[in-house]
Design a protein around this ligand. Structure first.
Ligand code: ADP
Ligand code: MG
Length: 255
């Protein structure tokens, strides 16, 4: 049965989208069937996986608002085994349009139900907000990965996110778990990075992934080519880090 994992942190620029793209590509490389759902109106995961967002007919927006069948909004990518439901800038207005919906927090959950078992992993790339679409994503998810950037105030705002997760767990999705905190943009030359790693580890202990994502320029270059790092430069540190993360997640979910 497919596992749905949301990538969430209401802080922008912490590596949610980079993780969605590259974790998905790594899981697919390890022969898992993977679907990325781009739930951010910025659509960076869509373009980063090579979808021409000007050219698509159906996106997450149509699925949410017009009840378009999700199968019409699933596109293949250059990576075998990796599909995507792209986003669209129209998604900005979707939260308002959804306000009157019955079960408005469960629209994504209901939308994914028919395809859940077609995939081993479904990764939802959330926007940097805790609005209705992110609430929908967390309600649909089995677990959440929280990327944390190795910088000052790394944990700022985490309490708010954890509180949101707690509320969703108690009211909407009792099975929601934290898959892990993922340290991103780690630079081992900086003492600060080590201090932040220690601090996150002290707070969240075994919930912190062993894998740390280093700062690597290939990870920031590859999206402009519409490719994950593993296709852009398979030998890069970024590609290797995300492959290691994929292995860690697969192992964790087997035991
Ligand atoms: P979010 O989705 O949380 O807003 P992104 O994944 O878009 O964050 O990352 C923000 C910026 O940082 C992007 O320009 C991305 O290319 C870059 N970036 C993310 N992770 C890394 C990394 N490990 N090394 C170098 N650049 C990174
Ligand atoms: Mg993003």
């Amino acid at each position: 049965m497919g596992k749905i994992i949301a990538l969430a942190n209401q802080k922008g620029g912490v590596g949610k989208t980079t993780t969605a793209i590259n974790l998905a590509a790594s899981l697919a490389t390890l022969e898992k069937a993977v679907l990325v759902v781009d739930a951010d109106p910025q659509a960076n995961a869509s373009s980063g996986l090579g979808v021409d967002i000007q050219d698509i007919e159906s996106s997450l927006y149509e699925c949410l608002i017009n009840q378009t069948d999700i199968k019409e909004a699933i596109y293949t990518t250059d990576i075998e085994g990796l599909d995507i439901v792209p986003s669209h800038i129209d998604l900005v207005g979707a939260e308002i349009e959804m306000l009157n919906f019955e079960q408005r927090e469960k629209v994504i959950s209901n939308m994914l139900a028919p395809v859940k078992d077609d995939y081993d992993y479904i990764l939802i790339d959330c926007s940097p907000s805790l609005g209705l679409i992110t609430v929908n994503s967390l309600t649909a998810a089995n677990s959440v990965i929280i990327p944390v950037q190795c910088e000052y105030f790394a944990l700022e705002g985490i309490t708010k996110l954890l509180n949101t997760i707690k509320i969703i767990k108690s009211k909407l999705n009792p099975k929601l778990e934290i898959e892990g905190f993922l340290l991103t943009m780690y630079d081992s030359r900086l003492r600060l990075a080590n201090q932040i790693y220690d601090e996150v580890k002290r707070h969240f202990q075994e919930l912190v992934f062993n894998t740390v994502i280093q700062r690597n320029v290939k990870l920031s270059e590859s999206p402009s080519h519409g490719l994950p790092a593993i296709l852009y430069d398979a030998d890069s540190t970024g590609a290797k880090n995300y492959l290691r993360l994929a292995n860690e997640i697969i192992q964790k979910n087997q035991s």
